[in-house]
Structure formats: C-alpha cells, structure tokens
Design a protein around this ligand. Structure first.
Ligand SMILES: [Fe+2]
Ligand SMILES: [Fe+2]
Length: 193
C-alpha cells in the first residue's frame, strides 16, 4: 500500500530544494539593476522557508515520525538526535538570514558577504538534513512502521501541506507564490530577466 506521508515528505523536500537552489541562483545576480524586485524576491523565498518547512514540515517529523521511528528502530537514535538538533536550530538560522538580508538591503553592499556566506552555509545545512532523512530514516520507516502508524502519519502530513509542493493551494498564498515564481527573474523564475 502506498504511504502518502512518505510521498508528501519527499515532495516537500523537493519544493524546499527548488527554493534553496533559487536563493543561490539569485546570489549569482546583481541587485543593482532592479534592487526592489531583487530583495523582494529573496525576502519572499526566506519567508516561505520560515512559514512552511520550518513551522509545518519539521514539527510533523519531530512530533510524530521521529518518536515512531525511535520506537521501532532504536539504533537510529543518534541520527534522530542530530536531526532533532537541526530542527531546533533551523528556525533560528532562517530568522538570522532574514536579518542579514535586511542589513544588505538597508545598509548596502558592505553587508553582502555576510548574507552570502550565511546563505550558502544554510543551503548546505538544509540539503544535508533532507538527504539524511531520505536515506537513513524513510527507508526504515517504510519497512518497519505498522498500518496504524501510517494511518496517523498520512493524516498528519495531509493537513497543512506545503502549498508549493502540493499543487492544490489556498488562494491566500497566491501573493507569496507570485513573488517567488512570477517575479523571480528568468531563468530562475518566470519574471522578466
Ligand atoms: Fe527534518
Ligand atoms: Fe524533512
């Protein structure tokens, strides 16, 4: 039987990966030509990461998936502890990035390197986190969790899905996605180059 939760986790990781990649691609560009749009797009991307992956995806893993896995696969405890650490740090780190971006925008290019360094480290950190979950936890979950666990996990992951990953989205997110996708300059997004 297909496990909806597993697919949703992978889809949500793919959506975050796409946004992280776009953040890096934006850094290859120069804000000078159209600074307002440049910063607006980056701000929207960081807001998205804070709003969905940090506040919805991670809590579902921490509160539901990790405890279930710890029960059936105690040998995974060291990995689970590390991932849990990441979840605790993640929100703080993305807030820090939002602050560094604002510093670059308001105080000028002298503050660009600090944002760039932090952004690159954050992308690395986040990619490694998702890779570990996908390679070390999800296959074990698939093998060892029981039907009752999947009923709970599927139900939890089906609610408050990441709207960028799920496709069927509430119109309240339209403005956010317009900024991330439509205003982001091509070829990163579909906005004017
Ligand atoms: Fe996670
Ligand atoms: Fe995850």
């Amino acid at each position: 039987m297909p496990k909806a939760a597993l697919q949703i986790i992978r889809d949500e990781h793919a959506a975050v990966s796409a946004v992280l990649r776009s953040v890096l691609q934006m850094l290859e560009r120069d804000p000078d030509e159209e600074p307002e749009r440049f910063f607006d797009v980056l701000r929207a991307m960081l807001f998205y990461i804070d709003e969905f992956p940090e506040r919805r995806h991670h809590p579902k893993e921490s509160d539901l998936l990790f405890p279930k896995l710890a029960r059936v696969a105690p040998e995974l405890m060291p990995v689970i502890r590390r991932l849990e650490e990441d979840h605790l740090q993640g929100e703080q780190r993305v807030r820090e990035l939002q602050h560094l971006l604002l510093a670059w925008e308001l105080l000028g290019d002298g503050r660009r390197p600090a944002f760039e360094d932090a952004a690159r480290r954050y992308v690395e950190f986040y990619r490694a986190h998702m890779r570990t979950e996908e390679t070390e936890l999800l296959p074990v979950a698939q093998q060892r969790l029981g039907e009752e666990d999947w009923v709970q996990l599927d139900a939890a992951f089906r609610t408050h899905c990441d709207p960028l990953a799920s496709g069927d989205r509430d119109p309240i997110y339209d403005r956010l996605f317009t900024r991330i996708v439509m205003r982001t300059p091509a070829p990163i997004g579909v906005g004017p180059a």
